[in-house]
Design a protein around this ligand. Structure first.
Ligand code: AHG
Ligand code: MN
Ligand code: MN
Length: 321
């Protein structure tokens, strides 16, 4: 089944189908650009895409060439699809394309951009919700999303997409069609891999430090394994594939009091997909999808993945139905 047939069969909203289809077209172009990184400019017409563009985004990250190009491609796709509002990691404020537009989109146009030059998988994350749920110029609770997904640009370009009930995976074929994969995307309740940036261990709060100590030295040591790619989409994709947990917790550094990752265009869309695949996604106290949105670039601690494996870090009230 190709993506457009899946969209027709799984949403009654032409606007939603058109928006996702337009994002897919933009993703094909972004994947092509990423594959040209570092080629002589006369061949690809592009400067080195991993190079710092000399600007900084609202979260203080150096913007890479590909961050900016991806953001522009996403904007053009959304305008073509008639989307009303756009919230981007790369834009300080929301953009209004059409006040009458039915839908709004939040996006991390290029996730994992520190990995562009290392040829590790990177991606584009998106969250789609009704424009009339925007309040005080901000998106609604993550629970209100109509759809969410991400494209991962790696050995395969793959789209993981959900309307809330299931997660569907589409791989890009050589002739540039997204075709549904024979993969039932379900996250097992128990697994043994954990993903955390262990170089921050000195700053972890005791609960995280004790949990990781147990995995390395304690009862879990025989079975635990660790992976950390440093691209949220790549670490998340592995967890959709074989389970495990991802931790980017708050830590004792003032700038990391709320972790590193952003609620609106990273945690909310990932959490929407994770819950649809039977996993849990939490800020350590409550489900990510129930978190109040107080600012466009607000950060949140982000713990997600296999429910039973993550349970020791979550309040007993917080587990998937
Ligand atoms: P982005 O490139 O969109 O800023 O996202 C990078 C994020 C996320 O992809 C990854 O999980 C995290 O940064 C890695 O953070 P550290 O470099 O602190 O490990
Ligand atoms: Mn990101
Ligand atoms: Mn980004």
């Amino acid at each position: 089944m190709i993506l457009n047939d899946y969209l027709l069969a799984n949403t009654a909203s032409p606007a939603l189908a058109t928006t996702i289809s337009s994002l897919a077209e933009a993703a094909i172009h972004i994947a092509d650009l990423a594959a040209q990184n570092g080629l002589p400019a006369h061949m690809s017409g592009q400067m080195s895409l991993g190079a710092v563009a000399g600007s900084v985004n609202e979260d203080g990250d150096d913007q890479k060439q590909l961050d900016i190009l991806a953001d522009r491609l996403i904007q053009a796709a959304l305008q073509d699809a008639g989307v009303g509002y756009y919230f981007s990691e790369e834009e300080a404020e929301p953009l209004c394309f059409d006040e009458a537009g039915e839908l709004a989109v939040a996006s991390d146009p290029l996730d994992g951009s520190s990995n562009i030059d290392t040829n590790a998988s990177i991606g584009t994350i998106f969250s789609i919700f009704p424009a009339d749920t925007i309040t005080d110029n901000l998106p609604p609770l993550g629970r209100e999303q109509l759809a969410a997904g991400f494209f991962i640009y790696g050995p395969q370009t793959v789209l993981l997409l959900s309307f809330g009930k299931e997660v569907a995976a589409f791989a890009l074929t050589p002739d540039k069609a997204f075709v549904k994969m024979t993969w039932d995307v379900v996250i097992p309740r128990q697994a043994s891999e954990f993903a955390i940036n262990a170089s921050n261990a000195a700053y972890w709060h005791p609960k995280i430090a004790e949990f990781i100590d147990d995995a390395i030295y304690g009862a879990g040591k025989e079975t635990s394994n660790m992976r950390w790619i440093g691209s949220l989409v790549a670490d998340a994709y592995r967890i959709f594939r074989r389970g495990g947990i991802f931790l980017y917790p708050a830590d004792s550094r003032p700038a990391y009091a709320q972790g590193r990752l952003r609620l609106v265009y990273e945690a909310n869309p990932i959490a929407f997909l994770i819950e649809a695949a039977g996993g849990v996604a939490s800020n350590g106290e409550a489900p990510i999808l129930d978190m109040a949105v107080t600012s466009l670039h607000q950060r949140t601690p982000l713990l997600f993945g296999s429910a039973d494996q993550l349970a020791p870090l979550l309040p007993s009230t917080h587990s998937p139905s």
